[in-house]
Structures are given as C-alpha cells and as structure tokens.
Design a protein around this ligand. Structure first.
Ligand code: PLP
Length: 419
C-alpha cells in the first residue's frame, strides 16, 4: 500500500499534488510519503509485536535524518554499515542501545566511534575484525558487545549483486568455522558475546530462504548453547522484497509468522533489519522531460540520470514510470527513458510503453524510496537532488538541492599549478 495516487488525472502524494512540489523545489527531486513510511514501519514491527524484538531500520536504504527520526519516533532502531551512518542515526536521535553495526570492512576509527557511542551490538564478519575490536575495546577499557555474522550458505534467489548469504559471497563467516571463532571471542578480555547475526540478501520474494537460513542459524545456536555459550540476540538481517513490477513478495505478516514458528520456544530476542520493504514504495523520483527524439528508437530525455537513481544501470532494475499529469486520450509509444549523463548505461527505463511525452512534462519514477537517493552521486558534476517529505496536505524540504559551490567544497588549487 502507498499514498501515491491519481485524483482527476493528477498524481498526488497524500493530499499534495506532485506538480505543486515540483513548482516549489524544481526537478528532479525525491518525494516521500510520511504516512506510507509510518504504515510500512508499523506493519513489519507489529507483525513481531508478540515476541521480544527490535526493528533496526537498515539505514543504507534511505538515510535522511528526518526519515530516521520518524522511525525512531515509532520505536525503531538502526542497522548501520559505516561511521557515517552511525553519525546520521545518532543525529536523528536513535538510541545507541538500538543500533547494530554490520559490514565486512569496519575501520579502526569506525570501531572506536561505535564503541564510544555505546551501540547495542557489533556484527563482526571475520576473526581479524574481532581481534581489532578487542584491541580497541581494551584501549578504551570497555567491553565490546559482539555477534558473529554467520554465512548460512543459502541461495536467496535474487540478483547476484544483492545476494550475500552464499558461501562464495564476501559476507560473514562459514557456520562451520563460526563455533571456533565464538570460543575464541569468549576468551577475549574485552569482548562480550551477545548474539548471532546473518543477512542473506535483498529483494527476496519468497519466505523459504529466510526460513532455511533461520533453521541453520538456530541449529548453530543450539550447538553453541551445548558448549556453554548462551547468547541473547538472534539478528536475522533484512531482505524482504517489494513489488516493483510483477513480483509477488510475501506480506510481512506471512514472513513474520513463518519466522515466529521456527523461533518459538528458543527464547532469543529477535533483531530484524528491514530496509527496502519499509521505504521502497514510500518514495518516488520526480523528473522533467527535457527533450524527446525519435528515429530508429524513441528516446525520452529527462533531467534525472543514473547518478540520481542508479538501480536501473547497476542492476538492470525495473522501476515503473508514470506521468504526473494524465492526459485524456493519450497515445502510447515504446521508448527509452534516458538521463543527461554521458554513458550509454544511463537509463531509467528501456523499451517501455509510455504515454507520448511533451517537453516539460513531469514523470514519476515509482518505488524509488529505497537505494535511490542514498546511492546517488555527483557524477558528471551534477548536484545531488532535493528530498521532500509529504505529511497530509503539507510538504517539507528535508534536504536542499546541492549547489554548484557544494560540488567543489573541499577542493583547492595548490600553488604549484600556474594560474
Ligand atoms: C542491506 C542490508 C540490510 C537491508 O536489506 P533490505 O533488503 O533493504 O531489507 C539489512 N542488513 C544488512 C546487514 C544489510 O547489509
């Protein structure tokens, strides 16, 4: 469910016409519905309401501090993958005791920052990282709360770039090696073993890989328990998919009830790290048609490019594209929607049947709330776009469009270069 719908042929976000936002902030921009964000957060959080759990929103999916603080206000925590994301989560008011830190390459500086911030748990992904964490914790004279991220070797049946729980992926440690690392961890003076974590991939559209990996993780935790190591947290990561096109992902209720069935009686506190499922369909990218051209092929050239929304170029991802204003008796044609970037890979849609567009028409790139703005860049020296949050009949600029000065902030021309 989302709050982007047509009223009298005009696309609204909640009670705000999308065109009114475009008039105010210019294009392109990301537009989020607060009601949709809240609703999606609550649906997944409440699906686990009857068991001890923490919903740690995966910050990398959509990291604007306004949105992080919205989830915080609903009781959420954060899953972070960098010191920068920790900074954002803390700025947004997320309680450190609801923050978990994942990622294969945490730097010493990042580990120290997170230790000093008092986060709930480090999801450690290698023996060397464990050792580094021990050293830093010792130097700070605090104990680092740790879960080992295990790689359950389960095929999530999703895009290769977002599969993370296969033996060949860089993430986590093989379950067979994990027990030894746990025993090592347990003997370290400044490490406290508190959990086990896993995350098998993103945009999963069936429940079974989650269940398969959960069963493997629980069997592993039972073995740990037998060897005298009792942990509190079971972090199952994120990964639940959304509908971009024809996918039929399980409803969060279905996902939750399958998980709860396997978990029942084990007494662990569950941590989930949903990202895409909460924000994906709560945001759109609004772009303006600059030019159209036809020849061998029809092209609609818009003012948003692969630097603003990378998913189509990176994953060949599908995003529905809809006109902001529907016109009566509109002709359709097959066209590529492309951006201004000097790369052939710069497209938002290929061979798509779309209404014939005129210059200055606005298009909405749907389902862009997850991994949209957060993956954007300044490539081709394009300022990153504005982000806007709609609340009922009001809208708020939650990130200003970057300026040309922002593009060169931090750059300088040294004296060795003749002027
Ligand atoms: C990316 C990621 C998530 C979120 O994945 P979604 O598919 O957006 O739910 C959760 N946990 C970890 C460790 C991640 O890397």
């Amino acid at each position: 469910m989302n709050h982007f719908e047509y009223r009298d042929n005009t696309m609204f976000c909640e009670d705000v016409p999308v065109s009114a936002v475009a008039e105010s902030v210019g294009t392109p921009f990301y537009l989020y519905s607060k009601e949709t964000l809240s609703h999606h957060f609550k649906v997944i959080d409440q699906a686990f309401a009857d068991i001890p759990h923490i919903t740690c929103f995966a910050t990398k999916a959509c990291s604007n501090i306004a949105i992080l603080s919205l989830f915080k206000s609903l009781g959420g925590g954060a899953d972070i993958v960098s010191g920068g994301e920790l900074f954002r989560a803390l700025k947004a008011g997320v309680e450190p005791q609801k923050i978990v830190y994942s990622g294969v390459g945490k730097s010493a500086e990042e580990l120290r920052y997170a230790l000093e911030s008092g986060i709930l748990m480090f999801n450690v992904e290698s023996s060397q990282e464990l050792q580094k964490l021990q050293e830093i914790a010792q130097s700070l004279n605090i104990k680092a709360p740790v879960a080992l991220r295990v790689n359950p070797d389960v095929d999530p049946k999703t895009h290769a770039y977002i599969s993370t729980g296969l033996a060949k992926n860089k993430f986590g440690v093989p379950i067979e090696e994990a027990e030894k690392i746990y025993q090592d961890a347990n003997s370290l003076s400044h490490i406290e073993v508190v959990g086990v974590s896993c995350h098998i991939g993103s945009q999963l559209t069936t429940v079974s890989p989650f269940i398969e990996s959960l069963q493997r993780v629980i069997a592993f935790m039972d073995r740990l328990k037998e060897s005298g190591l009792q942990v509190k947290y079971l972090d199952m990561g994120g990964g639940l998919g959304i509908q971009y096109d024809e996918e039929e992902p399980p409803h969060p209720e279905e996902y939750a009830s399958a998980i709860k069935k396997v978990l029942a009686g084990h007494g662990y506190t569950l941590i989930i790290e949903p990202g895409r499922v909460i924000v994906g369909n709560a945001g759109i990218l609004v772009t303006k048609v600059l030019y159209t051209k036809s020849g061998n092929k029809n092209f609609i050239i818009v003012d948003a490019g692969m630097n603003d929304l990378t998913r189509p170029s990176l994953y060949g991802a599908y995003h529905a594209i809809k006109p902001v204003e529907e016109k009566e008796g509109q002709q359709h044609q097959e066209a590529d929607v492309v951006g201004p970037i000097c790369e052939t890979g710069d497209f938002l849609a290929k061979d798509r049947s779309l209404p014939v567009c005129d210059q200055d028409d606005l298009l909405a790139v749907m389902s862009s709330g997850a991994y949209g703005f957060t993956m954007s860049s300044n490539y081709n020296s394009r300022p990153r776009v504005a982000e806007v949050l709609v609340d009922g009949n009001e809208f708020h600029l939650i990130r200003k469009r970057e300026t040309k000065d922002d593009l060169i902030a931090g750059e300088s021309i040294p004296a060795c270069i003749p002027s």
